[in-house]
Design a protein around this ligand. Structure first.
Ligand SMILES: Nc1nc2c(ncn2[C@@H]2O[C@H](COP(=O)(O)OP(=O)(O)OP(=O)(O)O)[C@@H](O)[C@H]2O)c(=O)[nH]1
Ligand SMILES: Nc1nc2c(ncn2[C@@H]2O[C@H](COP(=O)(O)OP(=O)(O)OP(=O)(O)O)[C@@H](O)[C@H]2O)c(=O)[nH]1
Length: 437
């Protein structure tokens, strides 16, 4: 089960610098070619063996002076709804401001852990200036950090791990059921699809209340398979605000995606695939979950015998380099192909569990490597000796070779494609590692 930490704070206090420091990465995966937008706001951290996600709530708005306080309030409220632990970040250079106080007021009313992080404490003198933040009335302890040089962040991470909720692992029986999630922008037809699926169905076992909030998972049976539909309440609850903003759709999707095995991304056929959809796909891929794309409202499209293929191509142009994705053209309204979506999700679930025997893998891949050797790098020959599939939950492969650092992205993509050509990993992100041998 997922654990989510959100960084909140007014503009310019250093949220994104803190985020980069805590996630230990420069998450600027700007991949212009593939059209996959960068992922500056979401990252995974493992500290003392505990894994959690961090979300930076900043940066979605332009930083002009006329930032609406209303907008900031909404962001904080959403972070409060969606996260398990909140980091209220403040800036020792500017001291306590009205906006800090407003946020503190909102955060004081909730019963989730809130840590006050005083940022920009770059040297000892500045430590003496942090005391004024006790006036926020939020905690007995302040965490003084310098996101720029890293000081204090270890203590902060220790504390985060300490206060994260202990989520009971799901029961053994539940562990084995495929967990499916429906995600997508507002109004694409998520609720309608779920209702079409479970509407009059009498085989629903029980709605199980989520542990941390009002998420409801529904046990469900169709064509001999048992499933869990993840977070149906979150989907079915009507949005109170205009959520057609990237931040909201991503933020709302994080926990749902993390708690699933396979995500069905629903698109509105009349709108096609948009940048927010790509963000959601990025989130699915980062979490190494399975993916099915459902193009909903297909009943509204004027079509001939080429429409579907053209539509499919257009989507895959945007998701590249990940293009081995099932796409189903359906209508929740007329029920056309809605069951195919479910079938496809089950296939993807099985694909994600696929384990390729090492001998067979080497047989096929050695041949592929012989046919197309890794390009020489700095006059050096790269020799790939053998490959194994790692015992991870989602498929990942380690190629052992003499100079792993010299094997570049295009060649890794070649290896991945070869794997995909020989075994069915449709809908499943694959990781390729090069290791020294
Ligand atoms: N001296 C010092 N400056 C810092 C520190 N952390 C961040 N800054 C600077 O503060 C400025 C704002 O940092 P950001 O991380 O962009 O702030 P933010 O809160 O994410 O801002 P928004 O994206 O507008 O919400 C930048 O110039 C940073 O270099 C720090 O620990 N010490
Ligand atoms: N024509 C047509 N309309 C559809 C279809 N599926 C959903 N709709 C309509 O699209 C609108 C939005 O559907 P919802 O199921 O509420 O969408 P949602 O994604 O759950 O929306 P949010 O709760 O806002 O996130 C409703 O008016 C539905 O009747 C479909 O397959 N065809």
């Amino acid at each position: 089960m997922s654990k989510i930490v959100a960084i909140v704070g007014r503009p310019n206090v250093g949220k994104s610098t803190l985020f980069n420091r805590l996630t230990g990465t420069r998450q600027a995966i700007v991949n212009e070619e593939s059209g996959v937008t960068r992922d500056r706001n979401y990252g995974k951290v493992t500290w003392n063996g505990v894994e959690f996600s961090i979300i930076d709530t900043g940066g979605y708005m332009d930083n002009s002076a006329d930032i609406f306080e209303e907008e900031i309030k909404r962001q904080v409220q959403l972070a409060i709804d969606e996260a398990d632990v909140l980091l209220l970040t403040v800036d020792v250079e500017s001291g306590v401001t009205d906006l800090d106080l407003n946020m503190a007021n909102m955060l004081r009313k909730i019963d989730k852990p809130v840590l006050v992080v005083v940022n920009k404490v770059d040297n000892t003198e500045r430590t003496f200036e942090t005391a004024e933040f006790y006036s926020l009335g939020l905690s007995d302890e302040l965490y003084s950090v310098s996101s720029i040089n890293g000081s204090g962040t270890g203590d902060l991470l220790d504390k985060i791990v300490e206060v994260l909720p202990d989520l009971e692992p799901a029961s053994a029986e539940e562990e084995e059921l495929p967990r499916l999630a429906f995600v997508g922008r507002p109004n694409v037809g998520k609720s309608s699809t779920i209702n079409t699926l479970i509407g009059e169905d009498k085989t629903i076992v029980t709605p199980v209340a989520g542990t941390t909030r009002d998420a409801v998972d529904i046990h469900f049976n169709k064509f001999g398979h048992n499933f869990i539909l993840v977070d149906t309440a979150g989907v079915r609850k009507k949005g109170k605000i205009n959520e057609d903003v990237e931040f909201y759709s991503v933020m709302r999707s994080v926990r749902t995606i993390e708690n699933s095995d396979v995500c069905v991304l629903i698109l509105d056929a009349e709108r096609g695939i948009e940048s927010q959809d790509l963000n959601i796909i990025q989130l699915v891929v980062n979490n190494r979950k399975g993916l099915v794309i459902m193009v909903n409202k297909w009943d509204l499209i004027e079509k001939d015998n080429k429409t579907m293929e053209q539509y499919r191509k257009r989507i895959l142009e945007r998701t590249a380099p990940f293009t081995d994705i099932p796409i189903i053209f359906a209508s929740a309204l007329t029920k056309q192909r809605v069951l195919d979506v479910l079938k496809s999700a089950v296939e993807v679930y099985e694909n994600r569990k696929r384990k390729v025997p090492t001998s067979k893998l080497n047989e096929v891949m050695q041949e592929a490597i012989e046919q197309h050797q890794p390009p020489m790098n700095k006059d050096k020959f790269i020799r790939i000796k053998y490959v194994t599939q790692l015992p991870t939950l989602a498929p990942s492969f380690a190629f052992y070779c003499n100079l792993p650092q010299y094997v570049k992205e295009p060649y890794k993509r070649y290896l991945e494609n070869q794997i995909r050509q020989h075994w069915d990993f449709k809908g499943v992100p694959i990781q390729i590692f090069m290791r020294k041998k």
